[in-house]
Design a protein around this ligand. Structure first.
Ligand code: NDP
Ligand code: PYC
Length: 338
């Protein structure tokens, strides 16, 4: 077991802000990124916690991404808001576009937000949780880099393409799932490499297309989609909807745009929102009562709802006021801090 360091939630926030400030991020970006990254660390979503600061910091320091540009919010159509991130990071772009997205959804029952030209490093559940907190249904998706082989192939083509969904609940945390359409997020493969741990079967093939449990061979080879042809088709859908449909790059195009520099993926993101009441005039109460009956049936079978593990980790971190982080990672981050 790797040695860990216990950081209070306040110390975690100071560390994140210190790294971002020292790496060229302005206060607006640092606030927006800090909210998402620290929430992921607090919720034991390790693949998208503070470890991601390493890649973000180097992307800005090397001049590939911008940590100091204001996203431009464009009122594109009655149900569509566009946000040009201008090669900055996605969290601030999302926050800046959200008020217009909510307003359009309430007015029309359904709306969409396309974020363009953004560097994307974060989990999607913080976004759909924010949407659910407004009483709206949310769906978010984004490509990344061409790391995942199509089912039946052995070379990277799709991104790890996460899909997140939220449904607001009257007296409970929203129903939220958020998963990569690859068998595992690439961030988890990188964490396995850092920890010297083998992968699980079915996650990846090496550069010769042979199944591998070696994280480095997987990073050099190709990842596999979850659920075989089904995950592969979902990944294709995300490439199309959050790529050509919104006039942004597919994972393959994004990887080519990167010119082998190994930076964070730069591309688009699509967020769809629905207002249960305004959509077809169904009463919110009636829709939610039936949804609650469905959730109760799931739980009655002994199954759990997605996000329960994450929220249990959140409660524990808040109760203890602290989180455990691998000591080597804390040292690396401290070295980057101003
Ligand atoms: P996981 O496979 O760990 O979890 C996926 C979802 O399934 C979570 O909502 C999880 O809830 C839920 N879940 C897990 N086990 C169960 C179970 N037994 N019963 C019910 N629900 C369950 O996620 P991934 O590794 O696929 O993705 C991790 C993160 O990586 C995501 O947040 C995603 O957004 C992010 N990501 C971001 C990318 C980007 O380009 N920005 C690319 C790829 C991934 P719980 O958390 O409570 O376990
Ligand atoms: O973990 O697959 C991943 C990922 C890609 C971009 C951000 N996270």
């Amino acid at each position: 077991m790797a040695e860990t360091r216990r950081l209070t939630l306040e110390a975690l926030e100071r560390l994140t802000h210190g790294v971002l400030a020292a790496s060229g991020f302005d206060a607006d970006h640092a606030e927006a990124i800090g909210r998402v990254i620290n929430a992921a660390q607090r919720d034991a979503c390790h693949s998208h916690g503070v470890y991601r600061l390493l890649g973000m910091a180097s992307a800005v320091r090397e001049g590939l991404a911008r940590g100091d540009v204001a996203p431009e919010v464009i009122d594109h159509a009655s149900a569509i808001v566009k946000v040009d991130a201008r090669f900055g990071f996605s969290p601030l772009a999302f926050e800046r576009g959200l008020p217009a997205l909510i307003e359009k959804t309430r007015r029309q029952g359904i709306a969409a937000m396309a974020i363009n030209r953004c560097f994307h490093f974060t989990a999607l559940w913080p976004e759909v949780e924010r949407i659910a907190a407004e009483g709206l249904v949310g769906i978010a998706m984004t490509p990344s880099h061409a790391w995942v082989a199509p089912h039946g192939g052995s070379r990277g083509l799709f991104g790890t393409n996460p899909l997140a969904f939220s449904w607001p609940r009257p007296h409970a945390e929203p129903y939220v799932f958020d998963f990569a359409t690859s068998a595992i997020a690439r961030g988890d493969i990188e964490l396995h490499r850092r920890a010297g741990k083998p992968l699980e079967p079915g996650w990846a093939v090496d550069s010769a297309g042979r199944p591998t449990l070696d994280p480095q061979a997987a990073l050099d080879g190709a990842m596999l989609s979850f659920g075989g042809h089904k995950g592969s088709a979902l990944a294709t859908m995300i490439e199309l909807l959050a790529g050509p449909l919104i006039d942004d790059m597919t994972s393959l195009e994004s990887q080519r745009f990167d010119h082998g520099r190994g930076a964070a993926p730069c591309h688009g993101e699509l967020i769809l929102t629905l207002d249960p009441q305004a959509f077809l005039g169904v009463s919110l109460e009636a829709a939610q009562t039936r949804a609650e009956a469905l959730f109760a049936e799931i739980v009655a079978q002994g199954a759990r709802l997605p996000s329960e593990r994450r929220r249990a980790a959140r409660r524990q971190a808040i109760t203890e006021g602290a989180v455990e982080i691998p000591a080597a990672l804390v040292e690396e981050l401290e070295a980057l801090r101003s």
